[in-house]
Design a protein around this ligand. Structure first.
Ligand SMILES: Cc1ncc(COP(=O)(O)O)c(C=O)c1O
Length: 383
């Protein structure tokens, strides 16, 4: 027995050639994982995290409870201090994942009567958090700061404004596009209209910044941002997330953020891995290699005359628009059969007509692999 309504929804996904399935592991050349720096398989990080656990005498498999009860083991304050220092932030609060951090923030911080202005392409975790909030949310067009300003003007006119706070949320790198907002202009707009700026740095951490601290740190804007969300399942190659902000914000979240309060804390091993991954970020070599690969990929796009199809990006994510689920799936399959793991991004994940092939670049990709994969792509999309 299975509910008929759910059955119909699955059937409709099949009709649209958009049925999602769990991924399979493969031995193809990796142009799809979020492991931009190769940290997930880095032996030095693996060994350093175990050494830290031994040093702290923490031979313990689980956290045993919520952070508000028995789960706040001694690695939490150690790692949160490390994060605050590294990110030039007053405080850091670790969550179990980026998804938890975003729903925990948006469900608890904006209050009834407040306004959230969000980029139209915001990640599902931001949207889900906003759905749980009593504040009203309005989207601005993707990376369109003039559109954002129109909304800011609208919501700061009149006397209602005295009682309401405005939160502006966007991402430093958009996960399905790879592009970034103009952060300096964004900060200035938020200052001008007294709005609280929130930036999701999931795909900026490890990629931008002198020590890989993210796009906001790269531009020296830390103090102008109310909250930054950094996640550890991408460039840091492990798991978990943190919200960076003031001591008061941390105290507020500890009291009111339900996805922090009502869940078992991360095991010590996760915290030790975050600690070791941040230490590894300090070494420039791997980040430099990633940067070189990003530049090389961009030059190969031009060489293959594909620039009209690719979304402009300086990040590790590069997307080639190929309209239609059938077409993008077909082309992805062809490239996969030639040994490269590239993923088609289908509607409804992106809007109809904007389906795309998404290339995630890594420090460990070789120039030969990059040249080869784009050479394979070119005749398939330009003919
Ligand atoms: C922009 C953005 N924010 C948040 C998340 C969620 O992070 P996590 O995978 O740690 O739950 C993701 C991951 O897909 C993301 O791309």
């Amino acid at each position: 027995m299975f509910p008929e309504k759910l059955h119909r929804k699955l059937e409709s996904r099949k009709t649209d050639n958009a049925l999602r399935e769990l991924g399979k592991s493969n031995d193809l050349v990796d142009f799809s994982s979020n492991d931009y720096l190769g940290f997930s398989k880095n032996e030095t990080i693996f060994k350093a995290s175990h050494a830290l656990l031994n040093e702290q005498n923490m031979l313990q498999n689980g956290a045993t409870g919520s952070r508000l009860l028995s789960g706040n083991h001694k690695l939490y304050p150690i790692v949160e201090k490390q994060l605050a220092n590294f990110h030039n932030s007053e405080s850091a609060l670790i969550y179990n994942s980026g998804y938890d951090a975003n729903i925990g923030f948006f469900a608890s911080v904006p209050q009834r009567g407040d306004i959230i202005l969000y980029d139209a392409y915001s990640h599902a975790s931001i949207r889900d958090g906003m759905l749980m909030s009593h504040a009203k949310a309005y989207k601005f067009m993707h990376n369109d700061l003039s559109d954002l300003e129109t909304l800011l003007i609208r919501f700061t006119e009149g006397s209602a404004h005295d009682k309401q706070h405005i939160y502006v949320v966007t991402e430093s790198v958009f996960s399905m596009d790879g592009d970034s907002p103009d952060c300096i202009r964004l900060v200035n707009l938020c200052k001008k209209y007294a709005a609280y700026l929130v930036i999701d740095e999931a795909h900026g951490l490890g990629v931008f910044g002198k020590h890989g601290g993210g796009l906001i740190q790269h531009q020296g804007l830390e103090k102008a941002v109310f909250a930054r969300i950094v996640t550890y399942g991408k460039a840091l190659g492990c798991h978990g997330a943190a919200i960076l902000g003031s001591d008061l914000l941390k105290q507020y979240l500890v009291n009111f953020s339900r996805s922090l309060i009502y869940t078992t804390a991360l095991p010590p091993h996760s915290l030790a891995t975050i600690h070791a991954s941040y230490t590894a970020l300090e070494q420039t070599q791997t980040r430099q290699k990633l940067k070189e690969n990003i530049q090389f990929f961009k030059s190969e796009i031009i060489k293959n005359q594909l620039q009209k199809l690719f979304i402009e990006s300086d990040s590790a994510i590069h997307c080639c628009i190929i309209s239609g689920n059938d077409r993008v799936k077909h082309i992805a399959k062809h490239i996969q059969n030639s040994g490269f793991d590239v993923k088609p991004i289908l509607s409804p994940t992106v809007s109809k007509g904007q389906e795309r092939l998404r290339f995630c670049l890594h420090a460990y990709n070789t120039e030969a692999q990059i040249s080869e994969v784009l050479k394979l792509l070119a005749p398939l999309v330009t003919s």
